[in-house]
Design a protein around this ligand. Structure first.
Ligand code: FES
Length: 349
């Protein structure tokens, strides 16, 4: 593999040829502001916030679409760059200056506005008014917060393969929207929420999380219980209650991709109808029991069955929803305690 050496803010970096300057900077631990760049999506170069200075180049370059070349001298943090980024941010919030301070949802743009001292926009003019799309139980869409970075469009095509989103119109009326510009509920959306996970402004947000700033939520990494794929994600927790699910890019199985059940099907956890204690049937009625009572009864009945009818009368059927460790224990118990190899699994056929 051909390697390229360059210098970023005084740091020597060596990266494979074809790497972009922004990726090389990430490699060197130098953060370049970015809004439309996403490591899991194709490059767009749409927001221009990632501008850098490269010695010998005329003007500035968008680092997310500029490939490294040998001996490059890159500067990512100069007074001129700060001025340009401030102007870019002011342009991005021109249609809705509220974006600069709206810390709700996943508004990365607001954090950059704070960093570069942008509170309003000198470029304010005519404002488009859009109805908020609240048509479905999972996703809220607010076009007035959209900066047309196109990440939702690319995520829908490249991560989900659904192609439900695209750009409509040109110029001031441009929108990133569904085919036919219909509400999400009337579109081909499968509600996987990948568009929400990549949106950098909160224009697309999880309905359950719209009222929370991300910093006020505790996150707890967990494994999805819905199928055997083993997707990981972060539960968003507020006051010891789950209020939503957030993608975690470091999830080894799925990255940020989730299905509708994994991302939005978490509310069963706090459902009042969930069983919280074992139930034992007595005189035809289920009555609440302790775990000790339930486990003692199960052990007693298993022993009776084995003594009376033999080991082969017993079989264990396990589940893809269980962890590997739980499935291991089921087969171990069946073989070592019940003396039979009658073990099967719901995902086998
Ligand atoms: S992050 Fe490079 S142009 Fe948007």
């Amino acid at each position: 593999m051909e390697l390229v050496k360059l210098n970023i803010d005084g740091k020597e970096v060596e990266v494979p040829a074809g790497t972009t300057v922004l990726q090389a900077a990430d490699e060197a631990g130098v953060h370049i502001p970015r809004l439309c760049y996403d490591p899991e999506l194709s490059l767009a170069g749409a927001c221009r916030l990632c501008m850098v200075e490269i010695e010998g180049w005329r003007g500035m370059a968008a680092s997310c679409i500029t490939e490294v070349s040998p001996g490059m001298l890159v500067k990512t943090d100069t007074p001129d760059l700060a001025e340009v980024r401030k102007t870019i941010l002011e342009l991005l919030v021109a249609n809705n200056p509220e974006l600069a301070s709206n810390a709700k949802g996943n508004n990365v743009l607001a954090k950059y506005c704070e960093q570069y001292g942008v509170k309003d926009s000198p470029f304010k003019g005519e404002t488009n008014y859009y109805e908020i799309d609240d048509s479905n139980p999972f996703i809220v869409r607010d076009f007035s917060l959209c900066i047309l970075c196109g990440k939702c469009v690319r995520a829908c095509t490249e991560m989900t393969g659904q192609d439900n989103l695209g750009f409509l119109n040109r110029g001031y009326d441009r929108k990133a929207t569904t085919a036919g510009d219909v509400d999400y509920i009337n579109s081909d959306c499968v509600f996987c929420g990948q568009c929400v996970a990549v949106c950098p402004t909160g224009a697309l947000s999880e309905k359950s999380l719209t009222d929370f700033a991300r910093d006020e939520l505790k996150t707890v990494r967990t494994t999805c219980p819905f199928c055997g794929t083993g997707c990981n994600f972060d539960l968003a927790v507020k006051d010891d209650k789950i209020v939503g699910v957030l993608s975690n890019p470091e999830s080894p199985v799925n990255g940020r991709s989730l299905c509708v059940k994994g991302r939005f099907g978490w509310d069963f956890v706090h459902n009042e109808k969930r069983l919280k204690t074992p139930l034992i049937k007595k005189h035809g009625q289920f009555v609440t029991a302790s775990w000790d009572e339930a486990l003692d009864l199960i052990a007693e009945r298993f022993k009776e069955i084995k003594d009376q009818y033999g080991s082969e009368s017993f079989a264990a059927l396990s589940s893809a929803r269980c962890t590997n460790e739980e499935n291991y224990l089921v087969q171990k118990f069946t073989r070592a305690v019940m003396d039979t190899n009658n073990v099967d699994h719901c995902a086998r056929t």
